[in-house]
Design a protein around this ligand. Structure first.
Ligand code: ATP
Length: 238
């Protein structure tokens, strides 16, 4: 497999409790890959393993051809990988602008960070109007945009997203997924998306991976998965 992110037969879990069993998948540059599956299928565990919070018991994870095994979580962002965790990870005591600046803190190039900040306000207009507002005053949709903006401030090549639609109205979910699609198409950003909202995820993704009890049961173009009635009924509940 030749994707930007390639997992080969990865097994991982929590201490002696195995969760992922020999997971292989490939995420192509500039694409959105959606990982879907029932509660407890191992989707979050998969992201934690990619980002290095959990070490694989077996198998390998390669990013842009290089093994990620020795990379520490805190070095992932320098390698070009950013995570937007479930629950969003916005620091609610800080303002919108402070949260965004935090995302770009590790950059030495101040001019590039300033340009990126301006770009975030263009992308996420509601945030532009609320630059000085503390995180706790934001709506759910604004917080999700801020979490996304903060991750993008690091200039990642690969963005990992855990349940971006959680708690959001369908209209806001569609807006955020649409933004992700444009970012991939316009900038070559690559996205690995975990979603409970399977229909929305498959409608915006290029590829889909179905996880069940920690194993991949299907990996195909997202449109194919969405059209597969048997698979949808068996694993995705719609
Ligand atoms: P959900 O959508 O409910 O978050 P998921 O597909 O993301 O589901 P995971 O959160 O990865 O699934 O959980 C997979 C399995 O790992 C579950 O059986 C869960 O109980 C177990 N698990 C998750 N976190 C831990 C932990 N910290 N310690 C032990 N077991 C865990």
């Amino acid at each position: 497999m030749s994707g930007l992110l390639v997992l080969d037969s990865v097994s991982a879990g929590y201490g002696p409790v195995p969760v992922l069993h020999g997971v292989s998948l490939s995420v192509e540059t500039g694409s959105i890959t959606a990982v879907v599956g029932a509660n407890g299928a191992g989707k979050t565990t998969l992201l934690r393993t990619v980002i290095g919070q959990l070490k694989p018991a077996a198998g390998s994870i390669r990013f842009d051809g290089a093994d990620l095994a020795a990379t520490k979580v805190e070095d992932m962002v320098r390698r070009g990988i950013a995570l937007v965790p479930e629950g969003r990870g916005v620091i609610t005591e800080l303002t919108v602008e402070e949260n965004l600046r935090l995302g770009g803190l590790w950059r030495r190039d101040r001019a590039a960070a300033a340009a990126l900040l301006a770009r975030m306000y263009e992308l996420f207009e509601p945030l532009d109007r609320r630059r000085k507002a503390p995180g706790h005053q934001l709506s759910g949709g604004e917080r999700q945009m801020l979490a996304l903006g903060r991750a993008l401030m690091a200039g990642p090549r690969l963005l990992l997203l855990d349940e971006p639609s959680l708690g959001l109205a369908p209209r806001i979910t569609a807006q955020i997924l649409g933004l992700l699609r444009s970012l991939c198409d316009d900038t070559g950003l690559t996205v690995l998306l975990i979603e409970q909202n399977v229909r929305s995820a498959l409608s915006v993704a290029d590829d889909g991976v179905v996880l069940n009890l920690g194993s991949v049961v299907a990996a195909r173009p997202a449109a194919d998965l969405a059209a597969d009635t048997d698979l949808r009924h068996t694993y995705l509940g719609f």
